[in-house]
Design a protein around this ligand. Structure first.
Ligand SMILES: C[S@@+](CC[C@H](N)C(=O)[O-])C[C@H]1O[C@@H](n2cnc3c(N)ncnc32)[C@H](O)[C@@H]1O
Length: 276
């Protein structure tokens, strides 16, 4: 209630807030995307910018425009997603994965089942494939990359990265796993079939779809930062259930789980949660 009152002052009017509530309900009915699970301020502002840019004055008029055409609706959902990524994002954390978590997992099991949840255009999933191929290439690992953004997943399937994506990738790994080429007259790097054989990409909404199970490692980084506290907690609990005993959850730099003990995790390294 407190938050709503503040927004009544911050934002244009009560009427517009009601209009936003209606927009959320209609969007949920039409697409299954529940904006109540996202942080209010940020989401409201971003959608209002889209409404203004499309030259509408009400959220619900903008909704009518979106639902006229499947392409409009899809591009709205895609734009709502923030897709920023890169290979080996926060390399020091990938180093912990490589030297501590993956060797522990590989002691228990030869072929690992991994989920990159909210994988955007796949940089994270390809980084995982590189590490596995470096340290245990002889086994049949599987890496599932999922996201709500279909366009990002189409890019992930294509497996092309640009120079900015490569900034944390050691040159020898880049040379081993990517072929340099030109894409729209810019230097690009095409992922090798050595990596693709581990990877599969699927659409999945962390806030409404069922979770698969039996994962040894779940990597979900820089995704839940946009979720409300309640939604975040539910997703972490669902990850716990989706992990095998002895499995790890690897989160992003600003996503510590404060009540991890109550969920059943231990916290052996920063950003890594372990299911005993
Ligand atoms: C900033 S990117 C993070 C990419 C990658 N994990 C990384 O850390 O580099 C956030 C991704 O979360 C996805 N996302 C947002 N809400 C989601 C949801 N409810 N279910 C699945 N993915 C979601 C977005 O589409 C976006 O691709």
């Amino acid at each position: 209630m407190h938050e709503m009152m503040r927004h009544k002052e911050d934002f244009q009017s009560v009427e517009l807030l009601n209009d936003y509530e209606q927009f959320k309900r209609k969007l949920f009915r039409r697409t299954g995307l529940d904006l109540n699970c996202y942080k209010f301020d940020q989401t409201y502002r971003r959608i209002w910018n889209m409404v203004e840019r499309a030259q509408f004055e009400r959220f619900t008029d903008y909704f009518d425009y979106l639902q006229e055409n499947e392409r409009h609706m899809r591009s709205f959902v895609d734009r709502l997603a923030i897709n920023v990524s890169e290979l080996f994002r926060n390399p020091e954390q990938f180093q912990v994965l490589r030297t501590r978590a993956l060797p522990m997992l590989l002691k228990q099991k030869r072929a690992l089942k991994i989920w990159s949840a909210g994988c955007s255009y796949g940089a994270e999933a390809y980084s995982l494939a590189i590490l596995l191929n470096e340290i245990a290439p002889e086994h049949n690992h599987s890496i599932l990359g999922t996201d709500i953004d279909q366009s990002a997943l189409e890019r992930a399937l294509e497996g092309y990265f640009d120079q900015a994506d490569m900034k944390n990738t050691p040159v020898e790994l880049r040379l081993r796993y990517f072929r340099e080429c030109k894409l729209n007259q810019k230097t690009a790097y095409e992922a090798s079939p050595l990596l693709r054989k581990y990877l599969r990409f699927e659409t999945h909404n962390l806030l409404s779809d069922r979770f698969n199970h039996d994962f040894d490692l779940i990597v979900c980084r820089n995704v839940v930062i946009y979720f409300s506290d309640q939604a975040k907690e539910q997703v972490f609990r669902d990850f716990y259930t989706a992990l095998n005993s002895g499995g790890y959850l690897f989160v992003g730099s600003s996503e510590r789980i404060f009540n991890y003990r109550a969920m059943g995790f231990t916290n052996p390294d920063a950003f890594f949660y372990y299911k005993p």
